[in-house]
Ligand binder design. Structure first.
Ligand code: BGC
Length: 741
């Protein structure tokens, strides 16, 4: 046998190079033997490995090889715990290596713009910091295990309705402050092997061929060096996509796209260097290919999934009904107790190695009676099912109702149109609450559901969202008190769908979805306009209590600050507390959300224990995106650092004064009179010269004048009051302003 030295992939013939730029099938790139490149399998993700062998499909209809279904992102978001995300990423990495998968597609860090988005279960939060920190941790864990990640879907993919055509029309500041930062953090902190572009258009241009997004922002600003892969079927114009910075088209299209690339090069429309650039990036992915390892420990991963799931559920309300006390007569009601809802539908659907249900887990430690109360598909005799459940509830010390949304109610591919639980479940909860000594509701859903119509009737509410394959036993651990609830809401639970910031502009119309609420997404808007909610972002209870004290905030260096405080577990059992640090300011020329999350940490404390936590807030924590400067700007002035138990419950705060950035703007004759007079360089000189030509008393008149004619363009002002400021003087001042920038 002869062995030949592999050739550099960019030295391959053009057709062979083009071949490398799209999949050979649904889930893999073609091997290129002469360049020594193995085929690279890329498969879903994000909360478990969906490795299909044999018949392939993309939308999760066909079976895949068993793998652990870890808590999906909706749950991890509620954990507020990067360690949870990192451990999940690491475990997925181990399973992927055993299953021969070098790249697992995830995490998804899109912002939950509306609670209706069908894919919110696959995303972390309505807040970009929380989403970014968790996404980066997931990538660190997965890539630390030697498996490439794919942060997705870049960018502004915040709905499923018309996801393959719709144009997300988002202004620049909103993109920079809300929709891009989670991607930015993942890319800059964790260097994912790949970024997956979104299906949708962003401001009229397909994300797959958006040069500004894929090259200027992603690579030139953030320094991304990996490969950009298309979402499955997201490429519209193959050559335009390649030029814009999209490297790998997935899945393959039987060579059609490659032929277009070859033709474009041959006809001189496309520079071969563009092909070479992408060839290098895709070739680098082969570095993740390893020999499959010898299996994984499914029991250990199941135990991990159980431990982590317990830290994700959010105890919303607890009027003393939880934890369940030993010896209580417990009635368990609701089909979800027996048939758990633990993951979302679509491409992320994992074939779980096993599934725990809460009923069995509770029965292992408590004598419980069970009635299904309803069916998942709404079939059967609703009245009889309810009557049976109410009968059990009447004799119980506490009734635990497992309610939620069935798989068919929410999924990738479509958005919900309302937030309601099925009516039969609402009726069941109310009927049970009317007779049971105490009622606890456990919710399973991929997105937020409305609690209205029954919330005030029940004693406790535990929002489990979707907790993965061990969610049932994790819920039992929380109900019995074997675990302490420590999740916090990563998204607001509104009182009404119509209250949500994107309500009027979701999911758009006639091919466009206008992000009309701008930066006021989620809690940013609720808090700013002081609109009541059922439960705010960041809310969540424990079985113990915490207090914070000794807050100190110091400014350091270049408009940055350090924050220290002490957290004490003031209760009688161990627990975990999430310290949330917000920044509030009205400084600067743009309307700011009333407060924004800028740092957080989750601390574990034994009963009575205290610890000191410290945060560093960099200048970005205080900055807004200035659309005139196309840059982050810290406004000079007061900024208040607030410690919250949630976005609406601020327990302490300190105000600091920041020097900020003095923005020296360019002046033109179109600039307003106010801009001229208030300009830090030209303004004082202009005023001096202007006053010299004016009668006495003009200085006093000046303020009033600015109010009246401040918005007038200078061109018009000089036309009307030309004599006051000679044209040459204006020229000189414009040059001075330019020079000072
Ligand atoms: C989804 C992606 C997924 C891909 C492959 C697409 O429809 O949007 O998130 O990774 O399919 O299954």
């Amino acid at each position: 046998m002869t062995s030949t030295t592999p050739i550099d992939p960019t030295d391959l013939p053009l057709e062979r190079k083009a071949l490398l730029l799209s999949g050979q099938d649904f889930w893999s790139t073609p091997p290129v033997e002469e360049a020594g490149l193995a085929s690279v399998v890329l498969t879903d993700g994000p909360h478990g490995v969906r490795r299909q062998v044999g018949d392939l499909d993309q939308i999760g209809l066909l079976e895949s090889v068993p793998a652990t279904c870890f808590p999906p992102a909706v749950a991890v978001g509620s954990s507020w715990d990067p360690e949870t995300a990192e451990r999940i990423g690491a475990a997925i990495g181990v399973e992927a290596r055993a299953l021969g998968v070098p790249v697992v597609l995830g995490p998804g860090v899109n912002i939950k713009r509306s609670p209706l988005c069908g894919r919110n279960f696959e995303y972390y939060s309505e807040d970009p910091l929380l989403a970014g920190v968790l996404g980066a941790a997931h990538v660190r864990g997965q890539q630390g295990a030697g498996v490439g990640a794919s942060v997705k879907h870049f960018a502004a993919n915040n709905q499923e309705t018309q996801r393959m055509q719709v144009s997300a029309d988002v202004d620049e500041r909103t993109l920079r402050e809300i929709y891009l930062p989670a991607f930015e953090r993942v890319v800059t902190e964790a260097q994912p092997a790949t970024v997956m572009c979104a299906y949708n258009k962003v401001n009229g241009v397909y994300a797959s061929q958006h040069h500004w997004l894929l090259t200027e922002v992603l690579r030139e600003e953030w320094g991304f060096t990996g490969a950009v892969v298309s979402d499955w079927g997201a490429v519209d114009d193959r050559v335009a996509a390649l030029e814009a910075g999209l490297d790998l088209q997935m899945p393959g299209d039987h060579g059609a796209g490659n032929a277009l690339v070859v033709d474009a090069v041959r006809s001189g429309r496309l520079d071969e260097a563009v092909v070479d650039r992408s060839v290098r990036r895709v070739a680098a992915l082969a570095g993740y290919v390893t020999e499959p390892t010898d299996g994984f420990d499914a029991d250990a991963h199941h135990a991990l999934a159980r431990e982590l799931a317990a830290g994700c559920a959010v105890l919303l309300k607890n009027g003393g009904a939880l934890p369940l006390a030993p010896g209580q007569r417990v009635a368990v009601v609701g089909e979800f107790a027996r048939t758990p809802r633990f993951q979302g539908g679509g491409s992320s659907h994992v074939n779980a190695t096993r599934v725990d249900d809460a009923l069995t887990a509770l029965q292992a430690v408590h004598a419980v009676e069970f009635a299904p109360g309803f069916t998942l598909d709404g079939s059967g005799d609703t009245t009889a099912l309810r009557a049976e459940a109410v009968g059990l509830a009447r004799d119980a010390d506490v009734t635990v109702v497992f309610a939620g949304l069935a798989e068919g109610d929410e999924s990738e591919g479509f958005d919900r149109t309302h937030l309601d639980l099925p009516a039969a479940q609402v009726e069941l909860i109310r009927a049970v609450a009317a007779v049971s000594a105490r009622t606890v509701v456990v919710l399973s859903s991929g997105g937020v559901v409305s609690l209205e119509g029954w919330h005030d009737d029940v004693d406790a509410v535990l929002a489990g969202f979707l907790l993965g394959q061990a969610g049932g036993s994790a819920l039992a651990d929380l109900l019995t008190g074997a675990a302490d609830p420590s999740g916090r809401l990563a998204e607001t639970i509104p009182l009404r769908l119509a209250d949500t910031p994107s309500f009027l502009d979701f999911p758009g119309e006639q091919g466009h979805v206008r992000y009309g609420e701008g930066v006021m997404v989620g809690y940013r808007q609720f808090v700013t306009v002081d609109r009541p909610v059922r439960y705010p972002f960041g809310h969540g209870l424990s079985y113990t209590t915490f207090e914070t004290s000794g807050l100190e905030v110091r400014t350091v260096g270049d408009d940055a600050a350090t924050v220290t405080l002490t957290v004490t577990n003031t209760g009688t059992r161990a627990g975990r507390h999430v310290v949330q640090v917000y920044v509030a300011t009205t400084a600067g020329p743009v309307r700011r959300p009333a407060r924004e999350l800028r740092a957080f940490t989750k601390v574990s404390l034994a009963a009575g224990e205290s610890t000191t936590v410290a945060f560093e807030l960099d200048r970005r924590a205080f900055a807004y995106w200035d659309v005139r400067e196309h840059a982050w700007v810290v406004a000079p002035g007061e900024h208040t650092v607030q410690i919250g138990r949630s976005a609406t419950d601020i327990v302490d705060e300190r105000t600091i004064d920041l020097a900020g950035d003095v923005v020296v703007r360019e002046l033109t004759l179109q600039s307003s009179v106010a801009e001229w007079f208030e300009h830090p360089v030209a303004g004082p000189q202009l005023l001096e010269g202007f006053l010299a030509t004016m009668p006495e008393g003009a200085a006093e008149m000046h303020a009033g004048m600015l109010q009246m004619i401040g918005s007038m363009p200078m061109r018009r002002f000089v036309a009307d009051f030309g004599g006051a400021i000679p044209a040459a003087e204006l020229e000189r001042l414009m040059a001075a302003a330019r020079a000072a920038r």
